[in-house]
Design a protein around this ligand. Structure first.
Ligand SMILES: Nc1ncnc2c1ncn2[C@@H]1O[C@H](COP(=O)(O)OP(=O)(O)OP(=O)(O)O)[C@@H](O)[C@H]1O
Length: 366
């Protein structure tokens, strides 16, 4: 069921800077969403507009079909967990979590069980009387989450809320957040610039760059079928090569023809081809679809990262569980499904077509 809808949202700040350009997105209830993009891409601005802390310059925002563009932040059925947690240092854990309910003038006999239940959910039973300064970063993070969920919001917004934690704690909290979301069944919208985090936690991801949504879909869709260079590069390491679609299910790159799983493009259409490093298998040179020579290899704990070049000096990134001999020929093998074909954007294609025409004309003149 649709719960939030942003329609043609544009945000121009006072200095004229356009932070969001015509954003359209739909959020369904009960799912875990991530807004993923580099610093400055507009993630926080979207979150603040949903929360009601920032007004859009144009466009509308709907909650369950009702226009809430002009509704005050406090009246929206939404809570936010900020990056710095914004806990009250002079109040203990219990008082921090109870704060929202006290403001709403709930009776004390309702507040205590609600707070205890929220603390139980974030595994902080027994911490109610602790001072905030006596808690670790991860525990403070949990208090911030308890303080938000105690209000029973229909939507919880989380702004880079794990970024202050060390790697191990962060992984643990990722797992817990996902578990809490599943248990409560409320909608989470999570802002992060960390690809791995978004891929491992989300039902659906919106990838942002320069104030525009580049792609949205499930983690698998986005990882396997990036729609453009930006997404392919931003989501994990990739080999990206210029290519040409020969016909349906056949593509040319690295001066050879390969079977692929893509269709529906024009014959000879220029494309870009993406192959993920972990989809390349290292085999004997005579068994490979390509032959390369490894230049460097780095052991990264669970795999080797190998940089190799082909006969055109094109660099290939390969992840392999086995080490290889440097400067010796190696075969690379991949399946047709491992080749992901991306269309070039129109302007690039038109430019290339014009360039080709120009070169043809030039050839004819000579
Ligand atoms: N009040 C403001 N006035 C002018 N520009 C602003 C204002 N707030 C944000 N911006 C600009 O809008 C752009 C988007 O900012 P936003 O905070 O939404 O990005 P973000 O993707 O959340 O980045 P980060 O990951 O660094 O927090 C940035 O270029 C930022 O400098």
């Amino acid at each position: 069921m649709e719960i939030i809808k942003l329609q043609n949202i544009t945000k121009r700040y006072d200095d004229g800077f356009v932070a969001l350009n015509d954003i359209n997105l739909t959020i369904e209830s009960g799912k875990f969403y991530s807004l993923l993009g580099p610093s400055g891409s507009g993630k926080t601005t979207i979150l603040r507009i949903i929360a009601g802390f920032t007004q859009a310059s144009s466009g509308r925002i709907y909650f369950k079909g009702k226009d809430m563009t002009e509704v005050d932040a406090a009246k929206r059925p939404i809570n936010t967990v900020f990056q710095n947690y914004a806990l009250f240092p002079h109040l203990n854990v219990f008082e921090n979590v109870a704060f929202g309910l006290k403001i709403k003038k709930k009776p004390a006999k309702e507040i205590a069980p609600a707070v205890n239940e929220a603390l139980h959910l974030v595994r902080l039973d027994g911490y109610a009387q602790r001072e905030i300064a006596e808690l670790s970063g991860g525990q403070q993070q949990r208090v911030a989450i308890a303080r938000a969920i105690v209000n029973q919001p229909e939507v919880l917004l989380l702004d880079e809320s794990l970024s202050a934690l060390d790697k191990r704690l962060r992984k643990e909290m990722q797992f817990e957040l996902r578990a809490i979301q599943k248990k409560l069944g409320i909608t989470f919208i999570f802002v992060t610039h960390d690809q791995e985090e978004a891929l491992s936690m989300s039902d659906e991801i919106f990838v942002l760059n320069d104030g525009e949504i580049q792609q949205n879909g499930s983690p698998v869709d986005i990882y396997d079928e990036p729609v453009n260079d930006f997404v392919a590069r931003f989501i994990g390491d990739s080999n990206i090569l210029p290519g040409r679609m020969i016909r349906d299910f056949e593509v040319e790159f690295a001066n050879r023809h390969f079977k692929c799983a893509d269709a529906g493009m024009r014959p000879n259409e220029k494309v870009e081809v993406v192959i993920r490093p972990e989809d390349l298998d290292v085999v004997a040179p005579d068994q490979g679809k390509l032959v390369v020579r490894a230049q460097t290899q780095l052991f990264l704990g669970d795999h080797f990262e190998i940089k190799a070049i082909d006969s055109d000096e094109h660099e290939w990134l390969v992840h392999s569980t086995n080490s290889v001999h440097l400067n010796q020929p190696l075969g690379l093998f991949f399946d047709p499904e491992d080749i992901h074909v991306m269309r070039l954007n129109e302007s690039q294609e038109e430019f290339d077509a014009r360039l080709e025409q120009y070169e043809d004309d030039d050839d004819e003149k000579q």
